[in-house]
Design a binder for this molecule. Structure first.
Ligand code: F6R
Length: 617
């Protein structure tokens, strides 16, 4: 949901800011913009001729890069923005940076200003003239309204007046070497390098220059110039913050020869599974955290998340319930706090989030904490809000995930949910030591099985390439296969724009089967031998109404002909315990969606209307 970057240093700012924006484009890509400031002495200009150089452009970052005005940008200090529109259509004028009425202050903003209408009306009544339809412009106008020579004072007054969420980068013509950053409920990091300093929404934006970062907290103000970074609070008192060294490098955030990040990230999954298993089941931080959890303290377990992370929770529920014989609820985080949730100090609320910044999941976490529940995050991004605010946190060792559609982080989330279910079952006396070790071995075997799927990718690639003409695809499964069907359906629709829905195999005939006709594809998932006959009956029901079936899973005949019906194509997945089969089905379903979208020539990594980190409600 919008990416912001700022740089001040000894190198030319424009190429550095554009490169950083490229690495933040996953956060939004409706429009982009950049504002630079040059010391007027350097330009030989009089005060009145001196100001921001701004280029803003609707469309992808490439459009901004190709704009001839961008090539003319000069200066060593600047801010940039890549936008996911919330208030006001994507247009040049609504793009950031926004300037105040007399062009003294420029800002880039990620977030939403909820009281912008009231603030705008107040400023307009005092003569301010707004040029955009955005909520963000009010920040620049307000900062100028309060400005009388001390930018920090003006910004403190501005922040106090704002309601909503914001990560901000601010510059002022009177302080041409300084960028000020502040956050409330939206991520912001400060990067320090030998040639200059940065503000950014996320680490990949600065990795080409430094791996030394500070994670900002709500209410902190960072003042950066080319040589130093100072953190202060709203009373202007200096704060000392720990610096973090990021352990992954720029290569992790590059495509590395793959046509899309999504394919690269799918392919990385054997390693990601292995790394996550290592830190969770062998010696590692996750293991230490899991060892601390006493499931006997809780009489209720709730998993809450959004999108794919929610689907991971759906899979996790089956594993918990099967192993612990205890009911587990899975709630959409966007609904959680509005349903007056029945939780108390005996409830464990598990928050699953790749980014750790999803607004609804953060709100669910805060609601749970306010009601006294114990909170446990499952997060990929270290230093994110959920990682910091949840009482305990487990980390998915997925590394940076750049493609908007999640793949490897989802797979790592599954591993952590399995691990928690195993620990809970052992805690509750439901698993003998021997049974526990056997299940752990099944999980340890998953990375090699994931690699097996990827080694045989040709079959799925060939099949999927022939599926680009489908208008509608249904995904069916039973039990845990139904949970992973939901993820398969989401993956396909979000990147290929083909309509799709997931159904429990037995449920289709209660209405939705009326949508099945010639040339509908039904992806059928079958990993549970006990339910194979049942799901195959459901497959037969749709075939007799004209559908084609792709059967995915480890149940069924080994060869296509064994299925006994030429309308069925069977792609066999490696055998594994049914409870952990989502890990293998997920990879096959991701590849299926990927190859369809790629063969349709779509922008797989940046599907329309989406952004990776959904920091608005
Ligand atoms: C789908 C996808 C989204 C995210 C959802 C939650 O491929 O990536 O549905 O899963 O927006 O995001 P996080 O996990 O960052 O909370």
């Amino acid at each position: 949901m919008c990416g912001i970057i700022g740089y001040t240093g000894r190198k030319k700012a424009a190429p550095i800011i554009l490169d950083g924006l490229k690495r933040l484009e996953y956060r939004g890509y409706d429009s982009a913009g950049i504002a630079l400031l040059t010391r007027r002495e350097d330009l030989g200009l009089r005060r009145e001729d001196y100001g921001f150089q701004v280029v803003k452009q609707k469309g992808r970052l490439a459009a901004l890069e190709e704009n001839p005005k961008t090539a003319k940008l000069e200066g060593f200090t600047g801010i940039g923005h890549t936008r996911w529109a919330t208030h006001g259509e994507p247009s040049d004028i609504n793009s950031h940076p926004h300037l105040g009425g007399s062009n003294r202050v420029a800002i880039v903003h990620n977030g939403i200003i909820e009281n912008y209408k009231q603030l705008k009306a107040k400023l307009e009544s005092k003569g301010a003239r707004f040029v955009s339809q955005t909520d963000s412009e009010v920040i620049a106008q307000l900062a100028e309204h309060y400005y009388s020579g001390d930018l920090i004072d003006a910004l403190i007054k501005t922040f106090n007046a704002l309601q909503g969420s914001f990560a901000l980068g601010v510059m002022c013509v009177d302080n041409p070497d300084i960028i000020i950053a502040v956050r409330k409920d939206n991520p912001l990091i400060i990067g320090v390098s030998e040639h200059g300093n940065f503000i950014a929404s996320d680490v990949p934006a600065v990795l080409n220059h430094t791996n030394k970062v500070y994670y900002m907290e709500d209410g902190e103000i960072a003042v950066i110039n080319k040589d130093e970074v100072t953190f202060i609070n709203s009373d202007k008192e200096v704060i000392t913050k720990p610096q973090t060294t990021v352990t992954w490098g720029v290569d992790d955030a590059e495509k590395g020869g793959y046509p899309h990040f999504m394919l690269k990230e799918i392919t990385e999954q054997p390693k990601v599974l292995n790394d996550t298993v290592n830190i969770t089941f062998n010696e590692g931080e996750n293991k230490k955290t899991i060892d601390k959890i006493d499931f006997l303290m809780f009489n209720r377990i709730v998993i809450t998340a959004c999108g794919s992370a929610y689907n991971a929770g759906l899979c996790g529920r089956y594993v918990f319930e099967k192993l612990c014989r205890r009911s587990v609820e899975v709630e959409l985080a966007s609904e959680f706090r509005y349903k007056d949730p029945i939780i108390d100090e005996k409830t464990l609320v598990i928050l699953v989030s790749q980014s750790g910044e999803t607004a609804d999941t953060i709100a669910a976490m805060r609601e749970a904490k306010a009601r006294g529940a114990a909170t446990l995050g499952i997060v990929n991004v270290i230093g994110s809000t959920i990682a910091k605010e949840s009482a305990l946190c487990l980390f998915t060792a997925a590394g940076p995930e750049i493609a908007v559609a999640t793949t490897k982080a989802f797979s790592a989330q599954l591993i952590l949910l399995y691990a928690l279910a195993l620990k809970a079952a052992a805690n509750m006396g439901r698993l003998t030591e021997g049974a526990l070790l056997k299940l752990e071995d099944e999980i340890r075997a998953l990375p090699a099985k994931a690699a097996e799927i990827l080694e045989n990718v040709d079959v799925l690639q060939k099949y999927s390439s022939n599926c680009i003409g489908y208008k509608s695809v249904f995904f069916i499964g039973r039990n845990i296969d139904y949970a992973i069907a939901a993820e398969g359906s989401l993956k396909l629709k979000e990147i290929s724009y083909i309509h799709s829905e997931a159904y429990a195999g037995g449920e289709l005939k209660h209405g939705t089967i009326s949508l099945i006709e010639d040339n509908t594809l039904v992806v059928t998932i079958s990993n549970n031998p006990a339910l194979h006959g049942k799901i195959m009956s459901n497959a037969e029901q749709v075939i007799s109404r004209g559908a084609n079936v792709l059967l995915l899973g480890n149940c069924g005949g080994a060869r296509f002909e064994d299925c006994g019906n030429e309308k069925i194509t069977f792609i066999k997945l490696p055998c594994c315990h049914e409870l952990f089969s989502p890990s293998l089905s997920a990879i096959a379903l991701q590849l299926f969606a990927y190859y369809i979208a790629a063969n349709k020539g779509l922008d797989v990594d940046k599907p329309r209307n989406l952004a990776k980190s959904v920091t608005v409600e």
